[in-house]
Design a protein around this ligand. Structure first.
Ligand SMILES: C[S@@+](CC[C@H](N)C(=O)[O-])C[C@H]1O[C@@H](n2cnc3c(N)ncnc32)[C@H](O)[C@@H]1O
Length: 169
């Protein structure tokens, strides 16, 4: 006989899996529906490069520029020279404001509420400035900004911390 289901507290593993499923579902939605306007894709937080690899596969015709403090990605997921921008994103991405990105993806939450609150002081303004009107943003930290219209999430992302936005205008 299978054991009766028990109430289990949400673990960090659960939260991680939910975040990854949400991230993939949102990026697949944007790719499958061919929703993006013209422009580059900006990956804020290259990390291991798993998301970068997904973006490259789903958006093969786009230039994808990745940002992080240092390159620590898997060897197969290191962007070409010129498409990696090193430094603190809050400053390093300012040079891309007004250039009209089609998609900004940001997975730079830390799981520490206080640190994430500091990130959310600058991230929404930056993302709004990076996008072309009609461009999309997906963020593991929910954002509020007058220029960013929150969109309905795909079913796999509902209940996660991920947000999907379209720049108004
Ligand atoms: C959760 S990881 C991203 C994982 C990535 N999506 C992947 O597929 O591996 C977050 C990354 O963002 C970077 N990061 C977070 N805040 C940053 C900031 N303010 N400036 C530069 N990099 C930052 C971290 O160094 C880390 O590599």
């Amino acid at each position: 006989m299978p054991e009766a289901p028990v109430d289990r507290p949400l673990t960090r593993l659960d939260a991680f899996i939910a975040r990854m499923m949400a991230q993939r579902a949102i990026l697949n939605l944007l790719a499958d529906a061919r929703m993006l306007p013209e422009g580059d894709i900006l990956e804020l937080g290259l990390g291991n490069g798993r998301t970068y690899s997904h973006l490259c596969a789903r958006f093969p015709a786009r230039r994808i520029i990745a940002f992080d403090r240092a390159v620590a990605a898997h060897g197969t997921s290191i962007p070409p020279e010129g498409d990696v921008v090193l430094g603190d994103i809050a400053q390093s991405a300012q040079a891309f404001v007004g250039r009209g990105a089609a998609l900004v993806h940001a997975d730079i939450g830390t799981g520490y509420d206080a640190k994430d609150a500091v990130t959310l002081e600058w991230l929404p303004d930056l993302v709004a400035g990076l996008l072309v009107p009609g461009g999309y943003a997906a963020s593991g930290l929910r954002m509020r900004h007058a220029a960013l219209e929150p969109l309905d999430l795909p079913p796999e992302a509902v209940g996660s911390q991920y947000g999907l936005y379209r720049k108004r205008g």
